[in-house]
Design a protein around this ligand. Structure first.
Ligand SMILES: Cc1cc2nc3c(=O)[nH]c(=O)nc-3n(C[C@H](O)[C@H](O)[C@H](O)COP(=O)(O)O)c2cc1C
Length: 324
């Protein structure tokens, strides 16, 4: 069985974490991952504090295992952060602060919540900042990932972050969807992996069926780094682009961002309606390059078990047999 120090730190059986993902995580998905021995993280950035409390109660109905709550720091709301402290998750997970935000404040909130402080970064500089602030676990996210990402690929970024922040455990994110990715992440010095896109193609994920099917259909070569969805929604992310599927919506507006800014309300409304109805061509579909590795829609718990078993088989088989 696979076991790394982060398993003991987090109280989990498999070093596999579900990333908190905007509106793409819910209590059912979180609990399914945690019940299977991984760590489920719920994104609470987009929900009012009362909804967060209700969701946490639901997670606790569904699982007695550890779970985390995730905030996007650049748009952090005081009352939502306070609700997280009150909810006492096992992990207080954060990402994407502005340079002027003091990460130590969030480390302190995590301590008040009795939680471990996990922070996601896309550069070595950000990783050092998280380490200085007292992060317990650092997630190194490569540009292959779905949603908002930086510019460095996971293959160079993960070992650089591991080296820069040791002995703080690092999770590799971006480009991991199966046991090959988990085994590779361990070889790079990470203690485990955090996955987004793979967990969206599950029955539990709260996204339209058409979106799940699009992930299965896409071959991973046709994603695109863009600011179009953020411009349409009037959001400014600190230094990230959004990795989405290249579809009719994106093709129409790429290079005409000025017009998206001008017609923002109309374009955003149409985009959100298309997303809700599962229209694969007219919505913005965040997904990573791992779409090319995702060929089925399977329950999240099965995925955790499958990824762990695949990684173990690779380490025992192919990697061990490469030794002379
Ligand atoms: C639709 C979507 C929404 C996301 N929203 C968040 C978020 O709110 N907070 C966060 O820390 N990461 C977010 N992420 C990033 C994931 O946590 C994770 O780092 C990324 O998906 C890993 O790459 P992968 O998609 O190749 O697995 C999001 C990813 C996706 C695909």
């Amino acid at each position: 069985m696979l076991h790394t120090p982060v398993c003991d730190l987090l109280g989990i059986r498999q070093p596999i974490v579900l990333g908190g993902m905007g509106t793409a995580t819910n209590p059912e998905l979180v609990a399914a991952v945690s019940n299977a021995g991984g760590l489920g993280i719920l994104s609470v950035s987009n929900q009012p504090a009362d909804q967060q409390r209700a969701d946490v109660a639901r997670i606790r109905e569904l699982t007695g295992r550890p779970f985390g709550l995730n905030h996007l720091l650049f748009q952090a709301h005081e009352d939502r952060l306070a609700a997280t402290v009150e909810c006492r998750p096992n992990v207080f997970s954060t990402a994407w602060p502005w340079p002027e935000q003091d990460l130590k404040l969030y480390a302190k909130m995590a301590r008040q919540a009795g939680a471990l402080f996990m922070h996601m970064v896309s550069t070595v500089q950000e990783a050092k900042r998280a380490a200085d602030a007292g992060a317990d676990i650092i997630v190194a996210q490569g540009t292959e990932g779905g949603g908002h990402v930086g510019w460095m690929g996971s293959l160079p970024l993960v070992p650089m972050v591991v080296e820069a922040v040791q002995p703080i455990p690092v999770l590799a994110a971006g480009g991991v969807a199966n046991g090959q990715g988990l085994a590779a992440a361990l070889a790079l010095g990470a203690d485990g992996v955090l996955l987004g896109t793979r967990f969206m193609a599950t029955p539990e994920a709260p996204i339209a069926q058409g979106y799940k099917e699009a992930i299965v259909e896409h071959d991973g070569h046709d994603t695109f780094l863009t600011e179009i969805p953020d411009i349409a929604q009037g959001r400014v992310w600190p230094g990230a682009m959004s990795r989405v599927a290249r579809n009719r919506f994106i093709e129409r507006w790429a290079g005409r961002e000025w017009e998206v800014r001008q017609r923002r309300a109309e374009i955003s409304k149409a985009m959100m309606q298309a997303r809700a109805s599962g229209d694969k061509e007219e919505s913005s579909l965040s997904m990573g390059q791992t779409a090319g590795l995702i060929n089925d829609i399977v329950p999240a718990g099965q995925l955790v078990e499958r990824i762990a078993a695949e990684a173990e088989a690779i380490i025992r088989g192919r990697l061990t047999s490469a030794l002379r």
